[in-house]
Design a binder for this molecule. Structure first.
Ligand SMILES: NC(=O)C1=CN([C@@H]2O[C@H](COP(=O)(O)OP(=O)(O)OC[C@H]3O[C@@H](n4cnc5c(N)ncnc54)[C@H](OP(=O)(O)O)[C@@H]3O)[C@@H](O)[C@H]2O)C=CC1
Ligand SMILES: O=C(O)[C@H](O)CS(=O)(=O)O
Length: 481
């Protein structure tokens, strides 16, 4: 058991039409603590045959929810936000126990996740439409922004709270309902959010949270003509698959997919700030974020100085159980994740790179943060997302070389660069083919700015004043008198 102040937040049932239910088969699966392999809970394994009734309940609930006033929806979302902050300690402990990130990061994620609910509680009241000067005197033209209807979300394990609220908050604010299928590895956080949503007054069926086999549940959700929209966060590989599955019913799609973020350090950069930014971007969540610096490109003149400073900072990072004080990097989520990092390191070393620091297993799923030097575009890490605590350092000579290297990828999610030259900052920011660019910072994510990628990193944006459009339809009305 996880020692919670409010044990009722630890759920072993799913939220289905306002009730906490087990699956029809009564099948369950275990939730494992990646720090020690302990079973910390069990949740139901819902079968695909149970999903149509859940979609029907979502339809009924959404029709009534859309008829509530925006002010009503806003007040309920605001209450959900406040309950999340009230229970931050329990929510963070649940998250660290099932996902591994240090408690301080988990608390930070709960605040970040809650901020999307706060933001869209406000946006709910400002879904303005248009009146348009008509081309004919007897006409009046208006545009309404209406909720798209029943929506579905499939979310990853790396941010078990924020990847749900970044979808559910705008959906509910718009007057939609949502069926959430969280990752098998981290369902307990999702279910706790569902409990708090219920306490906040979210009506039965408006938010449903269902655990079980991803591909089977996903197939029913994507096949259904009654699901108008799918929002997915995860790998580009699965995003492609879901996009294809949604094609027959022409679903509206939001896709937040993989990344391969360049982190460029020019010779006029403040190296200490660049090191701080690299640590924050690269090793947050043990490097398991889609916006992590995946390639560190350093201009030749400062390469050795930057590498030395980075190594000194990385050596100070503590690896351990996320519930222990002073831990900076927790365990990786599972064996295949740690093996991918080891594969990228061994591939780079075989092709001539040098291991400057780290990359050692400490037992279980703990890996010391690594730095590679002498990395080249011929190595796997140049093209694949490592999704782990390993910083590969590439060298470049000119600004044009840096931009060409940075853009040489199918991904386009986040990019970072450090320079104190104003003209260079404008040129580089405009030339980088990425949805999000950090200039002299490694942390760019918040609820007020549009989060999302170009190229094969996804479709659409989350958060900001743009995020709610993903859950709305525009209706143009032409009236003649
Ligand atoms: N752009 C962004 O904001 C983010 C992108 N990502 C990317 O995702 C990857 C790592 O996250 P990870 O969770 O492993 O990604 P996956 O794509 O493997 O999984 C994401 C979610 O999709 C589910 N899923 C997997 N296969 C299917 C399927 N065939 N049909 C329906 N659902 C499916 C998973 O279920 P289950 O895990 O239970 O099998 C999980 O809930 C990295 O590439 C990372 O960059 C991750 C987070 C944010
Ligand atoms: O899933 C992720 O990697 C998150 O989107 C990263 S962030 O929003 O916490 O920056």
């Amino acid at each position: 058991m996880i020692p919670l102040k409010d044990p009722s937040l630890l759920k072993n049932h799913c939220l289905v039409n306002g009730q906490w239910l087990e699956s029809r088969s009564q099948e369950t699966f275990a939730v494992i603590n990646p720090a020690n392999g302990d079973t910390v809970g069990t949740v139901p394994s819902f079968g695909p045959d149970e999903i149509p009734a859940i979609i029907d309940a979502s339809r009924v609930a959404q029709a009534a929810w859309a008829k509530r006033t925006a002010k009503d929806r806003s007040a309920i979302l605001r209450q959900w936000f406040e309950l999340m902050l009230e229970h931050v300690d329990d929510l963070a402990l649940i998250m660290t126990t099932e996902q591994g990130k240090p408690l301080a990061e988990a608390r930070g994620e709960i605040a970040y996740a809650a901020s999307f609910i706060e933001w869209f509680a406000e946006e709910a009241k400002r879904l303005y439409g248009d009146t348009i000067p008509a081309p004919h005197a007897d006409q009046r033209l208006t545009v309404l922004r209406q909720p798209i209807g029943v929506t579905a979300a499939i979310t990853p394990w790396n941010f078990p709270a924020a990847m749900i609220t970044r979808k559910a908050a705008p959906a509910l604010a718009a007057g939609c309902s949502m069926i959430v299928r969280p990752a098998d590895l981290t369902p307990l956080t999702a279910l706790a959010l569902g409990e708090l949503a219920q306490r906040a007054g979210v009506p039965a069926g408006v938010l449903q949270i269902v655990t079980g086999p991803a591909s089977k549940i996903g197939q029913v959700l994507t096949d259904s003509e009654n699901v108008a929209k799918l929002s997915f966060t995860g790998s580009t590989e699965v995003g492609r698959l879901l996009m294809a599955q949604c094609a027959p019913t022409i679903k509206k799609l939001s896709l937040e997919l993989g990344g391969n973020a360049p982190f460029i350090v020019f010779d006029d950069a403040d190296l200490d700030k660049a090191v701080q930014g690299a640590i924050a971007s690269k090793y947050r969540n043990a490097g398991q974020t889609c916006v992590c610096a995946n390639r560190i490109l350093v201009q030749r003149g400062v390469y050795d100085a930057f590498a030395d400073k980075l190594a000194t900072a990385v050596r100070a990072l503590n690896v351990g159980n996320g519930t222990d004080d002073g831990v900076d990097i927790g365990p990786m989520i599972e064996e295949k994740a740690i093996r991918k990092v080891e594969e990228h390191i061994s591939d780079a070393l075989e092709k001539g790179a040098t291991l400057l620091h780290g990359g050692e297993r400490l037992g279980g799923l703990f890996l010391t943060p690594a730095i590679l030097t002498g990395v080249t575009p011929a190595m796997k890490v140049a093209r694949e997302e490592t999704f782990g605590p390993m910083a590969p350092l590439f060298v470049f000579d000119t600004e044009e070389d840096a931009i060409a290297m940075a853009n040489d990828t199918i991904f386009g999610l986040a990019a970072y660069f450090y320079t104190r030259d104003h003209g260079r900052s404008v040129r580089v920011a405009e030339a980088l083919e990425y949805g999000m660019v950090g200039h002299n910072t490694g942390l760019i994510s918040n609820e007020v700015a549009p989060f999302g990628g170009m190229k094969q990193s996804g479709l659409g944006r989350e958060g900001s004043r743009y995020g709610i459009d993903e859950y709305l339809e525009l209706k143009y009305i032409c009236s003649a008198f």
